[in-house]
Design a protein around this ligand. Structure first.
Ligand code: MN
Length: 213
């Protein structure tokens, strides 16, 4: 079993005008595809080739030394993007609006209000220098939500000691320039503001339920 590129759950132009079709085509069809190809190449012939991606990524130090960096970058990229496509949806068709139910309660309990959460998320997205991701995570032992950001394709699933941030991610925003440059050029703040229009809160809520099991 090797890792495979998941299909997009919507058309490449479905997130316009917030994320343009060309960006989606290249981001999914080229960038994500390359992470999958290179992750499979790195894992080929090792006993990790048939393991679920999240198990491999949580135990990078078990890998042969020459495999660690390629797997960290490429399997990390595969995991991160696989979640990213799913937590977005076209505006009005699951995208945008406001969180509700248990997710709303958890955001209020952890950040004080949804607006405070949005403000902190936005600040974290701008605080990440260069390429990386901003995350909303469940902190298992504390049973609360927390924000953090990671470099490159690191994920909180790698653990605090590797990624500088640990937990189970339930929502992540790609702030690599490849995610927004065609439409927004250097204007990362505009991209982050626009992104709220396509957040699929019910998918984030599903991730929260699964993280708590
Ligand atoms: Mn990306």
């Amino acid at each position: 079993m090797s890792h495979a590129l998941p299909g997009l759950p919507y058309a490449t132009n479905a997130l316009e005008p917030f994320i343009d079709a060309k960006t989606m085509e290249i981001h999914h069809g080229k960038h994500h595809a390359a992470y999958v190809t290179n992750a499979n190449k790195a894992l080929e012939g090792t006993r990790f080739a048939d393991m679920p991606a999240d198990q491999v990524i949580a135990h990078l130090s078990d890998l042969p030394e020459d495999k660690r960096n390629p797997v960290r970058n490429n399997l990390g990229g595969h995991i991160n993007h696989s979640m990213f496509w799913k937590i977005m949806a076209p505006k009005g068709q699951g995208g945008g609006g406001e969180p509700s139910g248990d997710l709303l309660d958890a955001l209020n309990a952890s950040f004080g209000s949804v607006q405070a959460f949005r403000d902190q998320f936005h600040a974290a997205a701008l605080a990440r220098f260069g390429s990386g991701w901003v995350w909303l995570c469940v902190k298992p032992k504390q049973n609360k939500l927390a924000l953090c950001h990671t470099a490159n394709q690191d994920t909180p699933l790698m653990g605090e000691s590797v990624a500088g941030c640990g937990g189970i991610p339930i929502m992540g925003l790609d702030v690599w320039e490849h995610a927004y440059y065609l439409n927004y050029q250097n204007r990362r703040p505009d991209y982050v503001m626009a992104w709220w229009n396509v957040v699929n809160w019910s998918e984030v809520a599903k991730n929260l339920r699964q993280a708590r099991v």
